[in-house]
Ligand binder design. Sequence first.
Ligand code: GAL
Length: 678
Amino acid sequence: MKEYLTSYHHFLHGADYNPEQWIRYPGMLDEDIRFMKDAHCNVMSVGIFSWFILEPEEGKYDFAFMDQVVDKLSEHGIKIILATPSGARPRWLAERYPEVLRVSRDCRREKYGFRQNHCYTSPIYREKVANIDRRIAKRYQGNQNIILWHISNEYGGECHCGLCQQAFRTWLRDKYGNDLDRLNDAWWTGFWSHIVTDWQQIHSPTSIGEPDYVLPGLFMDWKEFITWQTTSFMREEIAAVKAVTPDIPVTTNFMGPYQHLDYHFMKRYVDVISWDSYPSWHSERGDIVEAYSIAFAHDLHRCFHHRPFLLMESTPSNTNWFDICKLKRPGMHKLSSIQAIAHGSDSVQYFQWRKGRGGLEKFHGAVIDHRGEAKGRVFQDVREVGLLLESIDEIAGSRTSAEVAVVYDYRNRWVLENASGFQNRDKKYKRTCINHYKEFWKRGMNVDVIGLDDDLERYGIVVFPMLYSVSKENIRRIEEYVAGGGTAIATYITGYVNEMDLCYLGGFPGGELKEVFGLAAEEIDTLYETDRNTVRFQNRVYGAVDYCELIVPTTAEAIAFYEDDFYAEKGAVFKNEYKRGTAYYIGFRDSGEFLAAFYDTVIRRSALKYYDLPYGVALHTRETKGREYFFLENYNKFDAVVKIPENIRNLETGKEMYDSIVVKGYDAVIGVRSVAGG
Ligand code: GAL
């Protein structure tokens, strides 16, 4: 079955288009459209930062310029993703209504400037935004060329103004049923005499008051409130446009594993998932590490709705905001674009169409540079991707199925990173999730990256890296999953606290997890950067860094052992047969090689399909009725020979490929084969 995201049943190829910056350059629009056609672009995101032009003064509207843009794009069959302009407000709005400006962590009201920094609570901002959104929707209602709403731009950040404090208190009253005792228990306010005796005493964590880490319960509620309040703002924008154009789906551009909002909550309110991806190819950490890190983020977005997503922004060449703004090497643009498609994207879109002449982003990569011609390496790269997407269009809308999941949970990240203890500088939650993910990635296995509330039963293996915080309800769900025959893999620092950072009493991991894993983690040794321990597993020795947990098994069998220090010979990794399933517990952080050996054993023993691929080559599949699409991606500079048992037909050349396939350096091969059913 195919699942299309919009009424346009094709891959999207296009860019953020900001012609309002060029209003004094006549002829630009026509030239752009010619170039867009030449680049095989079929969509443009417009209006993202256009508020000043649409409402130059309060209550005075001028759609003439936007009409031209919308009409011309439509005339030429270029689809439109129409934005609500709330990401950047015009000056008059801030001057007239200072409450729309944010109050920062030091409790000072900001001045006008920058973007994406308004107060999400301000009733005036909400009203003004809903008004302009509604007017835009009415103006372009009925235009069949508009296929999607782009709601605002990269929501983020927080505001500490009086309105937000009041809204936070109301939210807390609701959460705790107006019962301060419940709040005091959840925040453990007996600590340092911090008991709350009146709702009005509550204030968000700031740099001049309560820091984040003293009352982690306050911090967690504040984080959750920010997501909730941002989502409520977004929902008002969605309601404004849906009231006029109920049939046009909505998206907002997410930012990957961005740690400030819980996208697992926000995802429920948009029709289409999209995100902005900016890999740092050719950096010191190497392209292969970059490739599986970005792969992880693509899979995270695909799993928000478990269906295709859109790559809303990427750069056709370099960014202007990395420390080092390096160019993509030949081949990398196409490979990076195919990577997104391989992981379930139905688009390749760029920031931006044309480089601005001035302003912050004038040196950010764009399809058209300051020369102003449809020429040059970057333009040709973009064109090549446009042609490629047309030639593989049958893949659009196809689905991904995975038998393995890695849990990346935003709330767990907040609570873990905020906890005082272990390694305070960087607990490396995200990196740990990615390191586990990589073991499946390099074996050509599709992986779902899911939140803790997602359904677990559909997977053969679920990995829970550093699942420090887990609610009782989720403990029960993990227990049920393993009891029912699943394989769970957990690591050090699992199940220490509940969702409010209150420690589980009776030993770690909390509740039934002790039985599921058949052990108790008694202590955890945190190592200095120069410290090393070693762990023996299947007669080989592996490095241990950062964390070594001291574990006492009950029913679990130790399968790897510490070699050094006062806990030498004690178990470091355990396996427990629990009811119909199996649970593994890895008690230490690996210095780089253990996970490969461990997953080799686990995957070989499972019935899951995997491939022996050269290092740096990835294989992903998408499927639809009766067809399976293969993406072989080579992130090495040099060619790789890949042996896969399936006979597949190269979708670009039409040639059949048997047994050995050569994938050139920084290139990809896309194939298809027929499968039964689907
Ligand atoms: C994105 C943003 C764009 C542009 C881009 C530059 O985060 O949405 O408007 O600023 O970064 O890389």
